[in-house]
Structure formats: C-alpha cells, structure tokens
Design a protein. Sequence first.
Length: 86
Amino acid sequence: MHLTICDSTGVRSHGVLLAASAYRMRVMFPGDSDVRELSRTYDQWTLETGEQVELESIATDGSLDLRKFYPEVVSRGYGAGQAAEF
C-alpha cells in the first residue's frame, strides 16, 4: 500500500505502508535509511519526532478494507472514463 502524508509546512511525502493498526503505522519513505513510525493520539498523526502530519491518501489494491482500522477513511475508486464524485 502506498500513502501520502503532508507535514505542517505543506510538504508532501509519498511512502510505502509496511504495517498498520488503528494507532500506529510503519512506513518507508524513499531516501530514508530506516523505517519511520507514525502514531495516532487524539485523532492526530505524528512522526516519532513529534511533528504532526496529515494523511492525505492511502492507495490499496482493494484487498483490505481500511475502514476496519480507520473509520474516517472514505473509499474512492475510479476506472477509466469515470468522473470523480465528492
């Protein structure tokens, strides 16, 4: 699974989600030499440095229902020629 996070300065980072639960994620970002951990406290995701980040997207192959872990997740799937619905 791939995900995109946005930090407090608006910088977006794309990574690969390696493991996840409702309150922790382990993610590998390109260029990093080690896996980074995100934790969730009071509905806010933070890096191990304490920096708060926003999850912008999590892309899956559809085999896992992320709503089991993250009830606020809204599934959006598009095929060729389909219009986005918001």
